[in-house]
Design a protein around this ligand. Structure first.
Ligand code: AR6
Length: 264
């Protein structure tokens, strides 16, 4: 059984610098040369090697992310991202904040990391309202781990009990009754079985799951979709690296909509 969403995402109250994960995320500024808040705490705990490496990075744009080693930190790496400064909410702040989480996760995955801890980016000196930021953080991380399986653990680290209970409530609400995650994991495991039994590699795994999982309502539909994909592989005699074509995905989508169990 694939781990549930609450096994992949945990809310922690405490100091991000002490977290034992592959990478901690720094809420930095565009210079990447240090500052107050989390940034100050991370540089103090990591020691001067971190600043020396940051000087060579040439800064970082808002919403983007860069990686360095962790030096004296328990985490091997630091992923630096620059959150948006709050300007009232109509200057693209939400999307920029979401891209901080997405880009940091993508960089962690690219670096083959398995666990990552985030602070509540932009909610201190940059003034982003905590509740709005926490909702974006939880939703963006949930979406990412639904369709990317290599990062096994994401910690959302916040300061103080108020932030902790806010984050916990949001994660509870967003994960209850959210079947997209379970359906995506079921499809990924059906695809893995198909790959193993036919000795193939499905190149567009993520695209397949991304297309089909939101339309699948229960385990039976997930299973029948897996069987249909398996039948397609058998019928075509596909081997080696296989891409399931768009028109087949569309047919599968249509058949999901045709079954009696479909509700909208
Ligand atoms: N561990 C976890 N969370 C923390 C910690 C810690 N050690 N320390 C503070 N927080 P901020 P920003 C929380 O200001 O808003 C810096 O000067 C804190 O309670 O660190 O993105 C940079 O150089 C708050 O909820 O980051 C930039 O100039 C959250 O972390 C600017 O601040 C983020 O607060 C970035 O501002």
């Amino acid at each position: 059984m694939a781990p549930g969403i609450k096994e992949r995402i945990s809310i922690i109250e405490g100091d991000i610098t002490t977290q034992l994960v592959d990478a901690i995320v720094n809420a930095a500024n565009p210079s990447l040369l240090g500052g107050g808040g989390v940034d100050g705490a991370i540089h103090r705990a990591a020691g001067p090697g971190l600043l020396a490496e940051c000087r060579r990075l040439g800064g970082c744009r808002t919403g983007e992310a860069k990686i360095t080693r962790g030096y004296r930190l328990p985490s091997r790496f630091v992923i630096h991202t620059v959150g948006p400064v709050w300007k009232g909410g109509d200057s693209g702040e939400d999307e920029l904040l979401a891209s901080c989480y997405r880009n940091a996760l993508a960089l962690a995955e690219l670096s083959d990391l398995r666990s990552i801890a985030f602070p509540a980016i932009s909610t201190g000196a940059y003034g982003f309202p905590m509740e709005r930021a926490a909702r974006i953080a939880v939703r963006t991380v949930m979406k990412y781990v639904t369709y990317h399986t290599t990062i096994g653990k994401v910690l959302l680290v916040c300061r103080g009990n108020a932030a902790y209970s806010l984050y916990t409530d949001i994660l509870d609400k967003e994960s209850t009754g959210n079947s997209e995650y379970q359906m995506a994991q079921a499809l990924f495991s059906h695809l893995s079985m198909i790959e193993a039994s036919h000795g193939i590699r499905v190149k567009n795994r993520v695209a397949i799951v991304h297309t089909l999982a939101p339309a699948i309502r229960n385990d039976i539909q997930a299973l029948s979709t897996g069987i249909s994909l398996n039948n397609w592989v058998s019928a075509t005699g596909a081997y080696g690296e296989v891409t399931v074509p768009e028109n087949i995905l569309q047919k599968l989508l249509d058949s999901l909509k045709d079954t009696g169990v479909w509700r909208e």
